[in-house]
Design a binder for this molecule. Sequence first.
Ligand code: ATP
Length: 527
Amino acid sequence: MLGQAEKSRTRDRKSALPERAVSDALESEIRDALIERVGETKFGLWFGEGVRLGVSGDGGSVDVQVPNAYFRDWIKGNFARSLAESVKAVTGRSLPLNFSIQDEAPPFRDVEIVPERSEPGEPRPGNTVVVPIPGKPRPRVGSTSPSSSRLPVQGFPNRLAAIAAPGSAPAAPAAPAPGPGTARVMRRLDDFVVGPSTQMAFAAAREMVKTAGRAFNPLVIHGGVGLGKTHLLEAITQGLRHAHPGLNIIHVTAESFTNGFLEAMRTSSLAGFRSRHRGASALVVDDVHFLAAKRATQDEFLHTFNALIERGVPIVLSSDQHPRKIAKLTDELATRFLGGMVIKLDAPDLETRRAILKSKAASRGVNVPAAVIDYIAEHVRTSVRELEGALHCVLAQASLTGKAVTMTIAHAALRETIRNTSQVVALRDVEKAVCSFFQVEGDGLKSDSRVRTLAYPRMVAMYLARKHTGVSYSEIGRFFGGRNHSTVMSAEKKVVGWLKDDAKNPLLPGFENVVDILADLESTLGK
Ligand SMILES: Nc1ncnc2c1ncn2[C@@H]1O[C@H](COP(=O)(O)OP(=O)(O)OP(=O)(O)O)[C@@H](O)[C@H]1O
C-alpha cells in the first residue's frame, strides 16, 4: 500500500506532467496497487490486455474499460472492492467505478492449454490451466467448446448421448471452473487426503465421477469453511472431464449463477441463459447457500435443476449447511437437494490432519520433521485451510530466517495463530450452537417447560456441555435453568442411550438419527 508521503509525491509528480502522461502514470500506479491486493496471477488474467483503468476527465470517477460484458461482470463481482481501494491508495479519494465496454479493445487470441503434472507420455487432459494470450477470444474453463461437445462420449455412451441436451445451445461459456477470479489449476481427487471425516464424501465424489450421476443424483456436499468442499467439486469436474471427454460441464459458484441470471434479465437474454444451463451435460455449483433468500434466482435454479434431473444430468452442489438448514431456501429446492446423496464434510481428526500436512509439505518438496507436523496438527483443528496456512507460516519463517524447519521455528511462527485458534468450549458456546441448530431461544432452553421441542434440545445441550466443557454436573445444571446435578446426569444418560441404540431423531427432518445431530453440533463447536 502506498504511504501518505508516496501519495503526495505521486500527486506532485502528476501536476508537473502533461495530461496524457498523467493518466498513464495514474493507470500504472493503480495497476501496481491492484497487483498488491489481488496478486499477479489474477491481475494478469483480469486486468491484462484489453482492460484500461483511469480517472475520468472531471476526476469524479474511475473509468474501467473492459473488452466485453463478461469481463465487466467478473471484475464488478470479484474485484470491485480491491479496485476501489487501489484507487483510493493512489489518489487519496474514494471514487465510484464507471465501467464501459471498449469495442475497439484488442480481442484475446488463442489459448494454450498447459497440462499439469503430466508424466511423460501420459497426458492428463483434465488438469489444465488456461493462459490467455491477447488477440483472440478468451476461452472459459468450465465448459467444453462447441466442437469438443460433439466429440464421441466415452464411458456411458447411451446415457451421456441422451443427456446432451436436444437442440440446446452448445456450451456457451460458463464461468471459469477453478472459481471466480482465479486461474488456479483445478484440484484433483488424487490430492485429497482421505480420513474418517472425509471418506464418505470422497467415495461419493469418486462414484459421481464413475457413474456420472447414475448411482445417485444430485450429490450435495456440505460442511464448514475450509474443509474441502470446493476441492471436491473441482476434483469431480476434473474427473468427469477426464472420464467422459466431451461433456458440456458447467461449473459455477451460486453467486455467479445469480449474477448471470440477473444480467440475463436485465439484458433480456434469458432464453440464452436458460438454454445454456439447461443444455449442460453436467452441472457443478459451489456455495448453493448463496441462493438463500434470493427468491427469483431460486425459482430459476429450480427450473434448471428440474430440467437437468429429468434428463439424468449429473448435478453436484456444495453448501456450508445441510440443505434443510439453509435459511430461506424454498421447500421445493431443499427437497430436491435431498433427493440424491447428501454428505457432510467434518473437520479432520488428528491423524487426517497429520496426513494432510505431510501431503502438503511433500507437494512443496519440503521435508518437515514429524514433531513439527504433530505440533501443527495438534493445535490447528478447525479447518484444512487454517492447517495449510499454519504450515505455510512455518515454512515462510524458516525460509525468511534462512534456518531449517525446527520446533523453535514452528513455535515462533505459530504463537499468534495458535493463541487465536485453540478453542475452549464454554457453556454459552453450547447454548448458542444448540439454540441455532434447533431454532429455539436461550430462555426457552433454560425454562421449566417440558414440551418436547425444548426438553429434547435441552438434554442434547447438557450432554454436549458435559462432554466438551469440562464443567461439573452442578454447574451445567445451574447454567441450564437452575437444575440440579442429577437432572444433568440423567440427561447425559439418556443421550448416551440414544446413541447406543442409534435412535431416530424425533424433531428435525433431514437428520435421520441423533448421532447426525450430535455430529453436526460438535462440528459447530469445533470438535
Ligand atoms: N482432505 C483434504 N486433503 C487435502 N487438501 C484439502 C483437504 N480438504 C481441504 N483441503 C485443502 O484445504 C483448502 C480449503 O479447501 P476448500 O477451498 O475446498 O474449502 P471449502 O470447504 O470450499 O471452504 P469454503 O466454504 O470456505 O469455500 C484447499 O486448499 C484444499 O485443497
